[in-house]
Design a protein around this ligand. Structure first.
Ligand SMILES: *Cc1c(COP(=O)(O)O)cnc(C)c1O
Length: 376
């Protein structure tokens, strides 16, 4: 069986975990959390990195940071994970879904401006598959309309847009270390990037249950107290230690994934040339992290058959998001602005192929061969 995903594991996790366990400081903001924070701040060149319990929680923090009030509107693609929308719906926002571009499955930047109303508070671009949205256009729209930009970079660690790491372009960036992502903190975990220094203190307060504990520990206030709303968004230090075992060799993981990705691309190119399938497109401005490799079949029926065919050949391939605007909560908390030209139709064509750190080239070749057989 060629499985769809294996959580990244480097072998370094064990020693760091043990070290963390013996440190007598295993709650949030311990030794390994500090190491990870410094790594992200240096590597991404961002103002502030804060490890969180998940990307979902990092997104929730941004909804509090930008003071979302009931009735505010937040623009995002419908083709995304539930958390992108849920984090804002939780604070009473109306979600305004905009169509995606068929080439990248990212929000179509040319449709955003038309969806803006006087209630719009933020735009949430999702960098699908670790390939960047058209950020220059999005930041320009946000500047002109005085909107926040929160990058859902859950899939985008180590990716960049015009040389800028994803998550560092908008006001805030959020990442996931869930076991299905390129780097994991042991199953669940996330990261909030704060790019505007004006929001750093409040982000720390929200993350620490609404207290100014971080300032207290830095000696900036002489006692700590409840100063605002917040929740318990800190990652425990064991998870950070696990993550550190991967950041240690982050480039190696990234390089290997990119080789896998290119092997799929080269191997399946003939099928695209024959018009049988569509391969992912990476715009020139984007350097991506090979978070996933997907192909698009002709339609839903062909996709279902292909997934079945691969399963019968011991290969686990999966489809991805069911668009949020057609989900029960999506209908309740959101609306689709404009035409759904591509979101539903393209999402029904998409299949994700097995890709993870440690997958063998022979396994990739087996998948390529099976897909070619299906299309003869
Ligand atoms: C994985 C993912 C999330 C959620 O991440 P968690 O860490 O599981 O909360 C949010 N948005 C996108 C686009 C994702 O891929």
């Amino acid at each position: 069986m060629i499985v769809f995903n294996r959580p990244p594991f480097t072998g370094n996790e064990e020693k760091y975990l043990l070290q963390a366990m013996k440190s007598l400081k295993i709650s949030g903001d311990g030794e390994f959390t500090g190491r990870c924070h410094r790594w992200f701040e240096e590597r991404l060149g961002c103002e502030k990195a804060l490890l969180t319990t998940s990307c979902t929680h990092a997104l929730e923090m941004t909804a509090i940071l930008i003071d979302i009030q009931p009735g505010d509107e937040v623009i995002m693609p419908s083709y995304t994970f539930v958390s992108t929308a849920n984090a804002f719906a939780l604070r009473g926002a109306k979600i305004v879904f905009v169509d995606v571009r068929p080439d990248t499955m990212n929000i179509d930047e040319t449709l955003i401006e038309d969806a803006i109303t006087e209630k719009t508070k933020a735009i949430v671009p999702v960098h699908y598959a670790g390939v960047a949205c058209e950020m220059d256009t999005i930041m320009d729209i946000a500047d002109r309309h005085n909107l926040f930009v929160i990058e859902d970079a859950a899939q985008g660690m180590m990716s960049s847009y015009k040389g800028k790491p994803l998550g560092t372009i908008g006001h805030f960036g959020t990442f996931s270390f869930h076991e299905t992502k390129n780097y994991t903190s042991g199953g669940e975990g996330g990261l909030l990037i704060v790019n505007d220094p004006a929001y750093v203190t409040q982000a720390e307060i929200i993350r620490e249950k609404g207290t100014n504990r971080s300032q207290f520990f830095r000696g900036m206030v002489d006692k700590y107290s409840w100063v605002d709303i917040g929740s318990s968004y800190l990652m425990n230090d064991l998870s950070a230690a696990y993550l550190w075992g991967q950041l240690d060799i982050a480039d190696e993981i990234n390089d290997e994934r990119r080789e896998h990705w290119h092997m799929y691309y080269e191997g399946l190119k003939v099928l695209e040339e024959k018009g049988a399938i569509t391969l992912p497109h990476v715009p020139e401005a984007c350097l991506h992290n090979a978070h996933m490799f997907y192909i698009k079949a002709k339609d839903l029926k062909e996709r279902t058959n292909l997934i079945e065919y691969l399963k019968a050949h011991g290969i686990h391939a999966v489809f991805h998001y069911v668009p949020l605007h057609s989900a029960p909560a999506g209908m309740k908390f959101g609306r689709f602005h404009g035409e759904d030209t591509y979101t539903t139709a393209e999402s029904e064509r998409l299949i994700r192929l097995p890709l993870y750190y440690g997958i063998k080239p022979e396994e990739i070749q087996t998948v390529i061969d099976a897909i070619k057989e299906f299309y003869v």
